[in-house]
Ligand binder design. Structure first.
Ligand SMILES: Cc1cc2nc3c(=O)[nH]c(=O)nc-3n(C[C@H](O)[C@H](O)[C@H](O)COP(=O)(O)OP(=O)(O)OC[C@H]3O[C@@H](n4cnc5c(N)ncnc54)[C@H](O)[C@@H]3O)c2cc1C
Length: 284
């Protein structure tokens, strides 16, 4: 189906992009277009103005913060850039590992981490991962810049802390400290398909952070499991025991791929696998 007629702007600066987004009620940022163009074709979204972020080179960089404590990832960084980045390899290799499992080459080349989290499709890979990693998100608008934590960023499907007229500019991911390990596990539709259930985990000196995907409109922290593991015993028996009853704490949807009861089971299995993977990596 052809797109409805839409105005198109290609700003040269972030400030110009923000003023275009705030001046027009029906304006939408265009990143990789992998979701937005599809939903426009299906008439599920019908923006009046597309503000293409393609020329905003400052949103395409991956660097370290001045004190090296975090990896600063521009919103327009693609999955392919994450896979190839030496900074990611040193600071948080799980990001590259997960990026490499997303969909196909075209989607990895075009799709951006900013677009992925702004869509906040519950089956997407990055939302639970970034919650587990304790990432923070920098949002810029006409009033200036603000930073929100991953726990506050995701509000619902297609709904995040980025308000109308604002732009997500970068994602800050803490650099991996000694004794920290990350893991992600789940069940997908086919080898590189969409998740039916997923879990991401970080294990380190501050204890575990575990986030579940596909069980709600936003990533869900497995806080009871985190508390059970806080003493630092990551033996398989302890991790399995900590995951017992996790399914009862969530209210996942039923759909053609899995009913709620099966998703509860998959969430427990995924959480165990993600934590065991993270704990193994934390050793070395
Ligand atoms: C067939 C298919 C399969 C896929 N499978 C997976 C999968 O298994 N796992 C997975 O994680 N992802 C998957 N994706 C999603 C893909 O990885 C992209 O992340 C996603 O399509 C959006 O990224 P994008 O850069 O294309 O954003 P766009 O489609 O350009 O934008 C998406 C939305 O985010 C908004 N937006 C984008 N950037 C910003 C910004 N900087 N500030 C404010 N708002 C912004 C846009 O306005 C729009 O509303 C799949 C996509 C397709 C088409």
């Amino acid at each position: 189906m052809l797109l409805r007629e839409v105005e198109y702007a290609r700003p040269a600066t972030v400030e110009e992009a923000i003023s275009l987004l705030s001046e027009h009620d029906g304006a939408r940022a265009l990143a990789g277009g992998q979701t937005l163009v599809n939903v426009m074709k299906a008439r599920a979204a019908s923006p009046d103005v597309l503000v293409d972020l393609a020329d905003l080179d400052e949103l395409r960089t991956i660097s370290f913060s001045a004190d090296q404590s975090s990896l600063e990832i521009g919103a327009m960084v693609t999955n392919t850039q994450l896979i190839a980045s030496s900074e990611v390899e040193v600071a948080r290799p799980i990001l590259a590992e997960v990026a490499a499992t997303i969909a196909d080459v075209q989607i990895r080349n075009r799709g951006t981490i900013g677009g992925n989290v702004c869509v906040n499709d519950p089956t997407n890979h990055y939302p639970p991962l970034l919650v587990a990693l304790g990432a923070s998100f920098t949002i810029q608008g006409t009033a200036g810049e603000r930073t929100v934590s991953a726990d506050e960023f995701f509000l619902g499907v297609y709904l995040t802390a980025v308000a109308e007229g604002e732009l997500l500019t970068r994602i800050s991911v803490p650099t991996r400290r000694p004794g920290t390990g990350d893991g992600m596990a789940g069940v997908t539709l086919g080898a590189h398909g969409t998740y039916i259930a997923s879990a991401a985990a970080t294990v380190g000196p501050d204890g575990p952070r575990i986030a579940l995907g596909c069980v709600s409109s936003v990533p869900v922290r497995a806080t009871a499991m985190e508390e059970s593991l806080a003493a630092g015993d990551y033996s398989e028996a302890a991790v399995r025991a900590a995951a017992q009853g996790l399914g009862e704490t969530i209210d996942p949807p039923s759909d053609v791929h899995a009913d709620a009861a099966y998703r509860r089971h998959l969430a427990e299995v995924s959480a165990v696998r993600a934590v065991l993977q993270a704990a193994e990596r934390a050793k070395g």
